[in-house]
Design a protein around this ligand. Structure first.
Ligand SMILES: Cc1ncc(COP(=O)(O)O)c(C=O)c1O
Length: 396
């Protein structure tokens, strides 16, 4: 029988791309579950809430009306208008629906933006730790991620002063993410303003991943668009509206760049799913009561989880105020987060994400997601505490 030698047929870059470890942890956890083990999932960044019924009904009604065809490659005008209205309502920014390109999630949006921006050797400045996939988008397209090692005491946030030191003639963009994954931190208006000033002065855009927008537990929220027009904003419905599986997101970009982005979208994706776009209109226009309830529930879980983690000596040096993650320092127990997370999964039955997934700036840390119900979080914390106590006893 003919057998394929993958080394000969696959590109080097597809061989070299690292796995998304959180998915690997999830898959290992699922394999244990298939063997009958009970696992507590604190690894995935996926809301545990169902999508609100009015959103589901809007999608069903759209299918019923025959909204099952390709849409305009930039997305339905009604959705783009609603997105623009929502940015105006929340942040007072004036945008045109013509600046919006609706995508099948934030992930394709990121790919398209970097496809549009990057030439070989171009550099993208980003924090370390960072969302696991960021460097992989950049490297896959021939670019180079330039890491700014951020400080835990200020929530691992990118600061204008340190970004300035990393600028070079090859800098093509500054990538930011607030509220952030994995740290769950919200950037201050001063930092956003400072970064926007650098971008304007140097004529390089900010790529701002705002996927966790709305998920904040105190204080005010901002978009980079309040400080500069020189920005590519990525956002979507996965997190705030508990719509991960629907695959719906969008890019907001400077008017001069729309055509290039649109052409890439047309060629590689055609358009986002039609009836899902109609569900997106219902999500933004309909009652936000379920969103407020989710936020309240996340906040209760956040406070509980933080207290428990700190009680186990898993330090968190700045309280995370956004998204649904806690990045805790586990170096007291191990410097190898992948190995530690494997042992926590196998021995304690708790799935957590190793910090190394988010760059070597988070090695020795573990990321905990509180997108799970309080009962499970309690059980997960109890199991983890018992495991860590045994670890310490073993050391004595
Ligand atoms: C920071 C960040 N950006 C983008 C994504 C991908 O979101 P989407 O489901 O819209 O592709 C995630 C998902 O976890 C994320 O954490």
């Amino acid at each position: 029988m003919f057998s394929i030698n993958s080394e000969c047929i696959l590109s080097k870059k597809s061989e070299d791309i690292p796995p998304f470890y959180v998915m690997e942890v999830l898959e290992s956890a699922q394999a244990l579950e298939a063997e009958g083990r009970h696992i507590i999932h604190l690894e995935v960044g996926e809301p545990d809430f169902p999508t609100a019924s009015h959103i589901c009904e809007a999608a069903c009604a759209a299918i019923g009306r025959g909204s099952t065809k390709y849409t305009h490659s930039q997305g339905l005008l009604s959705l783009r208008e609603t997105i623009v209205e929502s940015y105006h309502r929340k942040f007072g920014v004036d945008l045109s629906p013509d600046q919006v390109i609706v995508t099948s999630g934030t992930s394709p949006g990121l790919l398209i933006v970097f496809m549009a921006l990057l030439e070989k050797m171009d550099e993208v400045i980003m924090s370390n730790p960072h969302y696991a996939c960021y460097p992989n988008f950049v490297k896959y397209l021939g670019g180079t991620p330039i890491y700014v090692y951020t400080n835990e005491t200020n929530g691992f946030a990118l600061e204008p002063e340190t970004v300035k030191q990393c600028l070079s003639s090859n800098t093509k963009a500054i990538l930011i993410n607030s509220p952030s994954n994995p740290g769950g931190h919200v950037m201050s208006p001063e930092s956003l303003q400072g970064l926007a000033a650098i971008a304007d002065e140097r004529g390089i855009p900010i790529v701002s991943d705002e996927i966790y927008q709305g998920l904040i537990y105190s204080g005010e929220e901002h978009t980079i668009l309040e400080y500069t027009d020189n920005a590519f904003v990525l956002n979507g419905f996965s997190k705030l509206y508990a719509m991960t599986g629907w695959r719906l997101g969008y890019i907001i970009c400077p008017p001069e760049c729309v055509r290039a982005i649109q052409k890439i979208h047309q060629n590689f994706f055609i358009c986002a799913n039609s009836f899902v776009q109609e569900a997106g209109v219902a999500a933004l226009k309909g009652s936000q009561e379920h969103v407020a309830e989710m936020i309240q529930t996340y906040n209760t879980r956040r406070q509980y989880m933080l207290k428990r983690l700190l009680g186990m000596g898993l330090d968190v040096r700045k309280e995370p105020m956004g998204a649904f993650y806690v990045l805790a320092d586990a170096r007291k127990y191990s410097n190898d987060s992948l190995e530690l997370s494997r042992r926590i999964l196998n021995e304690a039955g708790v799935a957590v994400t190793p910090g190394i997934d988010f760059g070597n700036g988070a090695e020795g840390y573990l990321r905990f997601s509180y997108a799970n119900n309080l009962e499970n979080i309690k059980e997960g914390m109890d199991r983890l505490e018992a495991f860590l106590e045994k670890e310490l006893e073993g050391e004595l």
